[in-house]
Ligand binder design. Structure first.
Ligand SMILES: *Cc1c(COP(=O)(O)O)cnc(C)c1O
Length: 341
């Protein structure tokens, strides 16, 4: 039923297919973040990826994996967020026509961002029409290939290349925190970790208000929730994917949640201390990593001064990877969040 789940071979193929068309994004460090977390944090900065998020990896990998016939017919998707922009740009680079099904009332900035990369937008009424049915109709009528935002083998494999790069650059990690919506990024990163860093705990982080994957993870089957109210708009998914869930169940250690106030605090921290703009959804993993209770906090509390330093040298602190997944944020809202409005 699930078809072929991607594996490390698919990730390596994706890495070769993407080549240098994707940016090898930097891995940043921050002494201040390390101090707060009681760990050594390695931030993989996908906010610097082309089109502003990791979604470009999965989209480009999926487009490059198409057959010549599929390329000629074009592709379709139904996201108004980062996947739409990423797919539009991937299609533009590859000369493949992209159609995005987007509600008539989608923010104009999102329509423009998608249109500027040459995609055509098909508007629909979100009260009366079902976007997935509409996309399915076009697949049948026009012969388009559907490239969904997360539940697709080539998309998952493409997203996982960001963790491949992180492990290559940062070396061994004790844990990896990953932002979580429908699970494409988490599943891809978990596949990379299973192969390159079998001892590394992989932790997905979703908004508290929309913890459907956490609930699904606990009960063992995918549950559906109402559209959650959270500022993390890239994680407002109502149900995990089937492929992504199978991989998450097999390879992920835990799912954690963070609140909107924690997300805002993290956005502010990243701007102030690391000078980087990260969108709310992009802060999920960092928010969880920086609030974690250091495992060595208790024994250390009995020691003071130099003794504590000697007993807990920097090298003994856990090495933790954190994916900063994207940086596409409306600047007026961003400024208001940073100002505490
Ligand atoms: C889409 C998105 C996510 C969630 O990714 P999934 O693969 O749906 O879990 C996280 N952060 C950003 C910035 C995104 O655009």
């Amino acid at each position: 039923m699930l078809g072929v789940l991607p594996d490390i071979v698919a990730l390596r193929e994706a890495q070769a297919r993407l080549g240098t068309t994707v940016h090898r994004t930097p891995v940043l460090r921050s002494a201040q973040a390390d101090r707060l977390a009681g760990a050594q944090l390695f931030f993989k900065c996908e906010n610097f990826q082309r089109t502003g998020s990791f979604k470009f990896r999965g989209a480009l990998n999926a487009v490059r994996a198409l057959s010549p016939e599929q390329r000629r017919a074009g592709v379709i998707s139904f996201s108004s967020g980062n996947h739409a922009q990423a797919l539009a740009r991937a299609g533009q680079i590859e000369g493949v026509q992209v159609t995005v099904v987007m509600p008539h009332d989608a923010p104009s900035a999102k329509r423009l961002a998608t249109q500027q990369f040459g995609a055509s937008i098909l508007g629909y009424d979100r009260m009366r029409q079902d976007r997935e049915a509409l996309a399915a109709e076009l697949v049948a009528r026009e012969g388009y290939t559907l490239i969904p935002p997360f539940d697709h083998p080539a998309v998952i494999a493409g997203q996982g290349t960001c963790a491949l790069e992180l492990f290559e650059e940062a070396g061994p990690l004790d844990a990896l925190y990953v932002c979580l919506g429908g699970g494409g990024l988490l599943a891809g990163c978990a596949l990379a970790a299973a192969e390159l860093a079998p001892g590394c705990a992989v932790i997905g982080v979703e908004p508290q208000a929309g913890n459907d994957v956490q609930q699904s993870f606990q009960c063992g089957y995918p549950i559906r929730i109402e559209v959650p109210h959270t500022i993390a708009d890239g994680a407002q998914t109502t149900r995990v994917g089937d492929l992504t869930f199978a991989i998450i169940c097999a390879r992920v250690s835990a799912i954690e949640t963070v609140s909107d106030p924690q997300i805002i605090e993290t956005m502010r921290f990243l701007a102030q201390w690391m000078k980087i703009v990260v969108e709310p959804t992009g802060c999920l993993a960092a928010a969880a990593a920086m609030q974690r209770q250091p495992a060595d906090a208790k024994p250390q509390s009995r020691l003071v001064g130099e003794a504590a330093v000697r007993r807990h040298p920097q090298q003994a602190r856990p090495r933790i990877g954190v994916v900063l997944s994207g940086g596409n944020v409306d600047l007026a809202r961003y400024a208001a969040w940073l100002a505490g409005a």
